[in-house]
Design a protein around this ligand. Structure first.
Ligand code: SF4
Length: 372
């Protein structure tokens, strides 16, 4: 491999990684520009195995999106509807939203993942009651809810600070924040594709406050549209800088842009090789974020499985219901069982582990492996 890295012009990056030296913006751009995808994958896999060996995590989760009414107009979004009453617009009553969990009473779920549109017609109590209700129905469930963009929206709409919003949500049962809404941090990109929601500084500030309050969070990056390679690496470096400060991010999640049914439908989706590369470069740049997650709903199940050799150590979870990507044309299933996830991980030569949201191990599947 050394001669291959030399031929690919990556020997100095290899040396830096071996010496645990940080990669720079320029290094990251070179990794995106290099034609030798397998050499980059090899480096990323070495970093992955240094941290996690063959271990591959996923959880038993359920996604819920109680309302898709949203006053923002992100060009890549196929999920949102501007007003209640428009075709496919919906807002669940609290009972309807709680029923989604009640109906899964027989499932050993450990996490609810809840995100919404920015709906200006609901009182703040809708969200706090929503969380309290879920904890009443299942006290042990982990509530990973509301993106930083939603938190900023609540603060502006209900005339609170971001910290007050987070404190009240935490009092109501919030356990952690998902990473959505990050898109690409660069101002140039945000102006074009998501100009009317929280900017990068606000997104990062909400995560900083959440970390200070003891809430763990994730961070995402929407790739494969109009962003440059520099902007991708800059995005990763901004996440890395906040992680240096707080240590509160658990996972970095690259999210593939899907072009169906949105205002960016003329663009092609990212290619498979680009998807492999984005995840691999993420592992290499983000030396301080423990996990790189492949969200199989967005990448395809097959690519997510392949990426377990390209820096990825986490496959999100069972998901079960998903609207955001499926309204944008995703052809993946809406859910997978733990048995399917386990089989996919083992078929890739990796070790499946069911985790909870905070990466405590729930199931090692050892007896099933012995039983064949
Ligand atoms: S991405 Fe989020 S904020 Fe943007 S339009 Fe869609 S639901 Fe609204």
């Amino acid at each position: 491999m050394q001669s291959r890295l030399l031929a690919a012009g990556l020997a100095d990056i290899d040396q830096k990684l071996q010496a645990a030296e940080r990669l720079t913006l320029e290094d990251g751009v070179r990794l995106f520009d290099s034609p030798d995808l397998l050499a980059i994958g090899w480096l990323a896999n070495r970093e992955r195995e240094k941290r996690h060996g063959a271990r591959t995590y996923f959880n038993y989760n359920l996604r819920l999106e109680p309302t898709n009414v949203c006053e923002a107009s992100c060009l890549f979004c196929s999920f949102a509807r501007l007003e209640q009453g428009m075709p496919e617009a919906y807002t669940m009553s609290l009972e309807q939203a709680w029923d989604k969990l009640r109906q899964r009473g027989d499932q050993p779920l450990t996490e609810l993942h809840i995100v919404n549109g920015l709906n200006p017609h609901l009182p703040f109590s809708y969200y706090t009651d929503l969380l309290r209700g879920y904890k009443r129905i299942r006290p042990g469930i982990h509530l990973k809810a509301f993106t930083a963009v939603e938190v900023a929206f609540f603060a502006d709409l209900y005339k609170m600070t971001d910290e007050q919003v987070l404190r009240e949500l935490k009092d109501a049962g919030l356990d952690s924040l998902p990473g959505g809404g990050a898109e690409v941090f660069a101002e140039r990109v945000r102006r074009k594709i998501c100009h009317d929601k929280a900017d990068a500084d606000r997104y990062l500030s909400v995560h900083r406050i959440a970390h200070t309050l003891g809430l763990r969070t994730n961070v995402t990056m929407l790739y494969g549209h109009i962003e440059t390679m520099e902007e991708r690496v800059d995005h990763m470096l901004r996440a890395r800088a906040l992680q240096d400060e707080t240590g509160g991010f658990q996972a970095f999640i690259p999210l593939a842009f899907h072009p169906d049914n949105n205002q960016m439908r003329k663009l092609p989706p990212p290619s498979g090789t680009d998807t492999l590369r984005v995840h691999a470069v993420s592992r290499l740049m983000l030396d301080n974020i423990p996990h790189i997650k492949a969200f199989w709903i967005a990448t395809s199940v097959e690519l997510a499985q392949t990426m377990l050799w390209f820096g990825v150590d986490d496959l999100d979870g069972t998901v079960q219901e998903e609207k955001i990507y499926h309204m944008a044309g995703s052809a993946t299933p809406e859910g997978m069982t733990t048995a399917t996830l386990t089989r996919l991980v083992r078929a890739a030569g990796r070790e499946p582990l069911e985790r909870d949201t905070l990466y405590n191990i729930v199931n090692t599947f050892e007896t099933e492996a012995i039983a064949g």
